[in-house]
Design a protein around this ligand. Structure first.
Ligand code: TRP
Ligand code: ZN
Length: 896
C-alpha cells in the first residue's frame, strides 16, 4: 500500500543515475518468516550521468539491519531515506555498499519480490519487485554482474536455483545446505530470480547451431513430471526456430524453466531461469486441451525469445516496455504460425500452410479486437510507448503487448522478411549488452534498409485505434478502379489531435468470377500479384488500378495488415460474395465476422426480429465447404466475441446483446442441426490423443457443433454431448462436451459438472476450468438462477482461494470480463459484488486487484441506467482506506 495519492511518472523526466552498480554479490539465508539478505554492491559513478549526486537505492517492505560503505558504518548525515529511496553520499569513483535486510516471504501476498508457494521460495522481480528483496537502484538501465549464494533447509528446499551457472554447492550444519550461482551476463535487477523448493526436473541435452552442448531443465513438483514433456519439446522447437530465423542462439550452458502454482502473470523471462505459471507448463492429454497445448508452446517460446529481445538488449526505462514485449510477442506469433504451417504444408501443400497461418492470425486478431480496441477506446488508452504512468504494473497491457506486436508486424511488412532480418542484425550489433529505447530499435531498422521511418514513429506516440475508410469508383470506359483511402484516429485522453500514420493496406481486387485480378497501378508497365501492399501515409489518398475487365470487389487490409478499424460500405451480398471467394483466408473469415456482426447488432438494436435467410445460407456454405480445413471452418463459424460486439454498440447494452446472441446461436443451431450432427460424427478423432494441428482443428469444429446444438436445445445434440462426455479420451473432448451441456438449458448440466468435479478433485489447473465454465455460464432458460448466485457460492468452495491468481482469474475474471449480461444485471448486484471483491483483493494483491478493477473502466460506454449503477461502486472503491496505487490509478482514471 503506497502513498495517499500515487504520483505520476513522466517519460520525459528520464535521467541517468549518478551511480550505477558493476557487480553484486547476494547472500540469502532463506527462512519462511525471516529471510536475511546480504548484498555487497560495487557501485561506480555513471559515465553517462549528467550531474553528480548520491547513490540512490530503492527499497520497499524491507527491514534494514545494517548498512556499510567500504566496510565502515556511515555517519548519520551521509544517509537519508525518503519516499522509499535511500540516498547515500559517497566520495571518489567507486564505493562498495553492503546492506543487510530482513524480509518476510510468508507475509508477502503480493507475489512480487520473494514469496512462498506451496512451501517453496520463488521470486518475481519485474517490474519493481527487486526492491522488495534488497535496497538497489532498481531500474532496468542499471546492468550488473550477479553472484548469488542460497542457503536453506535441505529437507524443505532440496533444490536451490538462481540465474546462470552453478559454481558450487554443499552441506551446512543444522540440516541446511547451500548453492552458489554466477551469471556471466550483466543484467537489470528485474531479471534476477531464485527458486528454493522441493522439485524434480525433466532434463535434455541438446546441441546448439554452433555445436555447444547445453543442458535444458523443466522443474516441476514431483508427480507432474508426466506433464512437462510438451514444455520441453516447445523449448527445443523455440531454440531451433530462433537459430534458423534470426541466427540467435542460446548463450548459456544451462537453461532452466520452473513451474509455480501462484503467479501473477503467465511467465517471466529471468536470465537462464524462466519462472512460469503452472498453467503454461503442465500439459497431458487427460488434463489439458488443445488450446492449453498451444498456449504452453507459445508462452515457452515467448519467454525463451526474450533472452535476446529483452535480456541481451533490454529497456532503458519502463516506458520502453514495448521494445521487448511488442517485439517478443511478434516473434512468438511468427513462431507459432511457422510451426502450424510446417505441419499443414506437409499434409496439404501451400494452400494448407496458408490456411494454417490464417487460423493463427485470426486467433491473434480476435484477442486484439476484444481486448486492445476496448482499451484504446477507454480512459486507459495509451500509445504503445506511454508518456506517463502511476503504477507501471498497470501498463503490461494489450496495447503494449498486442498492439506493440502489430506495430512490429507492420515494420516487417513494409521492409520485407529480409529487410527486417537485416535490421534485427544491426540492432544486435549496435546494442548487445545495452539498455535502449524504441527509437534505437527503429533507427537500426531504418539504417539497415536505407528507409526513413520518422513518420512511422507516430505509431509509438499516438493512442487510439485508427479508422481507415475506403471508397471505390469503377470507370467502365477505361477499365480502371479508383480506391480512395482515408484515415482518422479519434481523440484519446490527453491527445485531442492526431497526425496521419503510415498504414500498410494489403489490397486485392476480386473479379465477378471470384478470382483475384493481377494488380496494376496507374503508370506501371506490368500487372503484378493479386495482393499488394499500399502505403497510406496521408489523411486521404487515391490509388488507381488499371487494365481491369470488370468492376472488382475490393478485399482490403488482407491478413489484417494494420491494427485499424476498416470502414467499408459493403452490402450483405458483397459480404456473402467475399465469404465464398476471397482468396485471402483471413479476409474470408473477416467477411463472415462482419456479416455476423451486422446481423447480431441488428437484432440487438431491434432493427430485425430474426436471423436473415441470406446470412444463414452464406454461413452454411462456408461451414460445409470441403475445400476448407476444419480449423478454419471452426474459426469461420465462431461468432465475434461478446466484448468486441459490446464495443461496437452505442450505448453498450449487454442484456440486448446477449438476447441477440442467444437468438443467433439458437437459430443457427436449429436450422443447421443436421449439418452440426454430421460434423459431430465426422470430425471425431479416434485413437489415442496426440497434440497435432489437424486433429485439433477437427476437435474444435466438432466441439463447436455440439455448442450450437446444445444452444438450440436439440435433443440429439444434447444426447451426443452426454455420450461424448462419458466416452471422451482426452480433455479437449471431455471439456468440449461439458461446455456444451453447461451452455444449454439441459438438466444434464448439473450432474455433468458434479461428475467433472469428482473426477478432478485436487487438480488445481483442471478445477480452474471448472470455475471458469460456471462463471461464464449464460442463462438459457428464464427459470435459471442468476450466474452471480453461483459465483458467490463458488467463492466458498474448498478449492477456491482469493490468494491464488489463477483461481481469481478463473472465477472472478471470467465473470467480470467474459459474461457481460450476467455481470451487468439490471439490479446492480454484479457491480456491488465487483466493488466488494476488488477492495478485498487489493489488501492481498494489488496487481491482481487492479486487473479485476479494469473490468469497469469502460463504464461510460454503457446505457444511462447501467452508468448510474456503476458510478457509486467506482466511488466506493476509490474511497476505500489504504487503496493501492495500482487500483487508484485504474479507478481514478475511470472516474476522471
Ligand atoms: N515479462 C513477462 C512477460 O511478458 C511479464 C510478467 C511476468 C510480469 N510476471 C510479471 C509483468 C509480473 C509484471 C508483473 O513475459
Ligand atoms: Zn514478455
Amino acid at each position: 500500500m503506497k502513498t495517499e495519492h500515487a504520483p505520476t511518472i513522466q517519460r520525459a523526466d528520464y535521467r541517468p543515475l549518478a551511480w550505477t552498480v558493476e557487480s553484486i554479490d547476494l547472500h540469502f539465508k532463506l527462512d519462511p518468516d525471516a529471510t536475511l539478505v546480504t548484498s555487497r554492491m560495487v557501485c561506480a559513478r555513471n559515465p553517462a550521468a549528467v550531474d553528480e549526486g548520491p547513490i540512490l537505492l530503492w527499497g520497499e517492505a524491507l527491514e534494514r539491519i545494517s548498512l556499510k560503505v567500504d566496510d565502515a558504518a556511515l555517519p548519520a548525515e551521509a544517509v537519508r531515506e525518503a519516499d522509499g529511496v535511500l540516498q547515500i553520499d559517497a566520495a571518489g569513483e567507486r564505493a562498495v555498499v553492503e546492506v543487510v535486510t530482513r524480509i518476510d516471504p510468508r507475509a508477502n501476498t503480493t507475489l512480487s519480490g520473494l514469496y512462498l508457494s506451496n512451501g517453496g521460495f520463488f521470486t518475481q522481480c519485474e517490474a519493481e519487485g527487486f526492491r522488495r528483496i534488497t535496497y538497489f537502484p532498481d531500474r532496468p538501465d542499471v546492468m550488473a554482474r550477479y553472484t548469488v549464494t542460497l542457503e536453506a533447509d535441505r529437507a524443505e528446499c532440496p533444490v536451490l536455483l538462481s540465474n546462470g551457472n552453478l559454481l558450487e554447492q554443499g552441506e551446512l550444519p543444522g540440516g541446511r545446505h547451500f548453492a552458489k550461482w554466477e551469471d556471466p551476463f550483466p543484467k537489470p535487477s528485474y531479471l534476477f530470480a531464485l527458486v528454493a523448493a522441493k522439485l524434480v526436473a525433466l532434463e535434455r541435452t541438446v546441441t546448439t547451431a554452433s555445436g555447444r552442448e547445453v543442458l535444458l531443465q523443466v522443474w516441476v513438483e514431483e508427480g507432474n513430471l508426466d506433464r512437462s514433456e510438451h514444455a520441453m519439446d516447445s523449448l527445443i522447437h523455440s531454440m531451433r526456430w530462433d537459430e534458423e530465423t534470426f541466427g540467435l542462439e542460446l548463450d548459456l550452458d544451462r537453461f532452466m524453466i520452473v513451474a509455480v502454482g501462484d503467479f501473477n502473470m503467465g511467465a517471466m523471462e529471468n536470465k537462464g531461469l524462466n519462472i512460469f505459471n503452472t498453467k503454461f507448463i503442465l500439459a497431458k492429454p487427460d488434463t489439458a486441451t488443445d488450446v492449453d497445448y498451444e498456449n504452453v508452446e507459445s508462452v515457452v517460446a515467448h519467454e525463451y525469445f526474450h533472452n535476446w529481445t529483452g535480456n541481451r538488449v533490454t529497456c532503458r526505462d519502463w516506458f520502453q516496455l514495448t521494445l521487448k514485449e511488442g517485439l517478443t510477442v511478434f516473434r512468438d506469433q511468427q513462431f507459432s504460425a511457422d510451426m502450424l504451417a510446417r505441419v499443414a504444408g506437409e499434409a496439404a501443400g501451400p494452400a494448407g500452410a496458408a490456411s494454417a497461418r490464417a487460423v493463427k492470425r485470426i486467433d491473434d486478431v480476435r484477442v486484439l479486437r476484444a481486448a486492445q480496441f476496448a482499451e484504446d477506446g477507454g480512459p486507459m488508452a495509451h500509445p504503445i510507448r506511454p508518456d506517463s504512468y502511476q503504477e507501471i504494473n498497470n501498463f503490461y497491457t494489450a496495447t503494449v503487448y498486442e498492439k506493440g506486436a502489430e506495430v512490429i508486424r507492420m515494420l516487417h511488412t513494409l521492409l520485407g522478411p529480409e529487410g527486417f532480418r537485416n535490421g534485427m542484425d544491426l540492432y544486435f550489433s549496435y546494442h548487445d549488452g545495452q539498455a535502449v529505447t524504441c527509437d534505437d530499435f527503429v533507427e537500426a531498422l531504418s539504417e539497415a534498409n536505407g528507409v526513413d521511418l520518422d513518420q512511422f514513429m507516430r505509431w509509438y506516440e499516438q493512442a487510439g485505434t485508427p479508422r481507415v475508410s475506403a471508397r471505390g469508383e469503377w470507370d467502365a470506359a477505361t477499365g480502371s478502379y479508383t480506391l480512395t483511402l482515408a484515415q482518422r484516429t479519434p481523440p484519446t485522453p490527453g491527445q485531442p489531435e492526431k497526425q496521419p500514420l503510415v498504414i500498410p493496406v494489403a489490397v486485392g481486387l476480386i473479379g465477378p468470377d471470384g478470382r483475384d485480378r493481377a494488380l496494376r497501378l496507374e503508370g506501371e508497365s506490368q500487372a503484378g500479384a493479386g495482393t499488394r501492399v499500399l502505403a497510406l501515409t496521408e489523411a486521404e489518398q487515391r490509388f488507381r488500378f488499371t487494365g481491369l475487365d470488370a468492376e472488382p470487389v475490393p478485399s482490403l487490409l488482407r491478413g489484417f495488415s494494420a491494427p485499424v478499424i476498416l470502414e467499408l460500405d459493403e452490402d450483405d451480398a458483397r459480404l456473402a460474395f467475399r465469404m465464398a471467394h476471397d482468396a485471402d483466408p483471413f479476409n474470408r473469415w473477416d467477411a463472415a465476422q462482419r456479416y455476423a456482426e451486422r446481423v447480431i447488432l441488428g437484432l440487438a438494436g431491434g432493427q430485425a426480429g430474426a436471423v436473415p435467410e441470406a446470412f444463414i445460407a452464406a454461413f452454411r456454405a462456408l461451414l460445409n465447404n470441403p475445400a476448407l480445413d476444419p480449423a478454419f471452418r471452426a474459426q469461420a463459424a465462431s461468432l465475434p466475441t461478446e466484448s468486441y460486439l459490446l464495443e461496437r454498440m452505442a450505448p453498450a447494452d449487454p442484456a440486448a446483446l446477449r438476447a441477440a446472441l442467444v437468438l443467433t446461436m439458437r437459430t443457427l443451431g436449429g436450422v443447421l442441426a443436421e449439418h452440426w450432427l454430421r460434423l459431430v460424427e465426422s470430425m471425431h478423432v479416434p485413437g489415442p490423443y496426440r497434440y497435432h494441428p489437424a486433429d485439433a482443428g477437427r476437435r474444435a469444429l466438432g466441439n463447436l457443433a455440439l455448442r450450437y446444438l446444445a444452444a438450440a436445445g436439440d435433443a440429439r445434440g444434447l444426447a451426443a454431448a452426454s455420450a461424448r462426455y462419458a466416452a471422451a479420451t482426452n480433455m479437449t473432448e471431455r471439456f468440449g462436451a461439458l461446455a456444451a451441456l453447461v451452455q444449454s438449458a439441459s438438466p444434464a448440466r448439473e450432474p455433468a459438472l458434479a461428475a467433472f468435479h469428482e473426477r478432478y478433485r485436487g487438480d488445481a489447473l483442471v478445477l480452474d476450468k471448472w470455475f471458469a465454465l460456471q462463471a461464464g455460464a449464460w442463462r438459457w432458460d428464464d427459470a435459471a438462477a442468476p450466474t452471480l448466485a453461483r459465483v458467490r457460492a463458488l467463492l466458498s468452495d474448498a478449492a477456491f482461494s482469493l490468494s491464488n491468481p489463477n483461481k481469481v482469474y478463473a472465477l472472478l475474471g471470467t465473470f467480470f470480463r467474459a459474461n457481460a449480461a450476467e455481470f451487468h444485471a439490471a439490479d446492480g448486484s454484479g457491480h456491488a459484488f465487483w466493488a466488494e471483491q476488488v477492495i478485498e483483493l487489493d489488501r492481498k494483491n494489488p496487481q491482481v486487484a487492479a486487473r479485476m478493477a479494469r473490468a469497469l473502466e469502460n463504464w461510460r460506454h454503457y446505457t444511462p441506467a447501467l452508468q448510474a449503477s456503476i458510478r457509486p461502486q467506482l466511488e466506493r472503491v476509490l474511497a476505500a482506506p489504504g487503496l493501492s496505487a495500482d487500483v487508484q490509478e485504474i479507478v481514478g482514471k475511470a472516474l476522471a
